[in-house]
Design a protein around this ligand. Sequence first.
Ligand SMILES: *Cc1c(COP(=O)(O)O)cnc(C)c1O
Length: 398
Amino acid sequence: MAITPLMPVYPRCGVRPVRGEGCYLIGEQGERYLDFAAGIAVNALGHGHPHLTQAIAEQAATLMHVSNLYGSPQGEALAQRIVDNSFADTVFFTNSGVEAIECAIKTARRYHFANGNPERHKLITFRNAFHGRSLGAISATDQAKMRDGFEPLLPGFDYAPFNDLDAALALIDDETAGFLVETVQGEGGMTAGTPEFIRGLRKACDDHGLLLILDEIQCGYGRTGKMWAYEHYGITPDILTSAKGIGGGFPLGACLATEEAAKGMVVGTHGSTYGGNPLGMAAGQAILDVMLADGFLDHVTRMGERLRAAFEQLIPNHDHLFEEIRGKGLMLGIKMKEPAVAREFVAHLRDNHGLLTVAAGENVFRVLPPLIIEDAHVADCIERLSAGARTFVPASDD
Ligand SMILES: *Cc1c(COP(=O)(O)O)cnc(C)c1O
């Protein structure tokens, strides 16, 4: 029983994609899938988007990588554009979401260090959170499936139930640096932060000199119909992590911060060999060209409303199966009624109805289509989903 050359850490399914066309994926045998997983909220422009692929091809031929030893006209330009379209004053580019989280944790610790309060190093995080798989990020969640066997983890994290403001406030002490929270929880079950919760955390930060770090790796970058999910709440964070949709499939992430919050991040405090290289910056620019164009985010909002309305119509016809709809915009989740069947239902939709979705925590399956979907894709999804709901027999019922 030899280990596979590809380290076997993923429970990979039978779909083996070799090509993508817009909102569809094509497998090795030519089978077609409607891709409402979008690489887990990454392929914001679907597959093979001409503007993105052309930008990457041209930049690859011009200049791919030089390291951060040199000046970066490409990085300056993309950072400026993100600053112009967010709360932030400064941006650190990474190659993934979890690296943005690492940068955020370091930025928060350095802020209090720079203020002469190095004891304020602890972040209050939330149950069911998902911030990635580095040792720092698994220390920032209470989920045993990610932490077991990797102890000792990074000290300095406390955990409160998500959407429980009082519990979060009760954890504040002299060593607290701030809060790290997903504005809309993704992997944990597609639960949006309530306005009282998110605004309450902001207020606590203002009252106690703490930093609000929002993890918008999944829910940011147009996914909820706004550029940033925090815009739904009428607040701004001090630090924010971005990734997934920011590169549309090119590995790119970013840690955004206000000038005040980033005051400790001086020369030599952080770095990355690839982070912000010209190729990644070209991908990031191409995504923003499309996303910031007039009407794009309105389109996401409209498609999100249509998809949600269609789900709402579907639920009464299958009320033994579906319990509720969660999420915002095109970051939607459906909670299933029968315990622990979401994963099985995702497999059923995939294998028998050619519809790709993603399982999440709390018995929810995630629907994360490319942001460029049209009415025809919504209709195609609903057709496959209703057929799937009619034919689904949970294993436990056999
Ligand atoms: C995906 C995700 C991450 C981790 O991103 P990676 O690119 O896999 O490192 C962190 N936080 C949230 C909310 C995510 O959805």
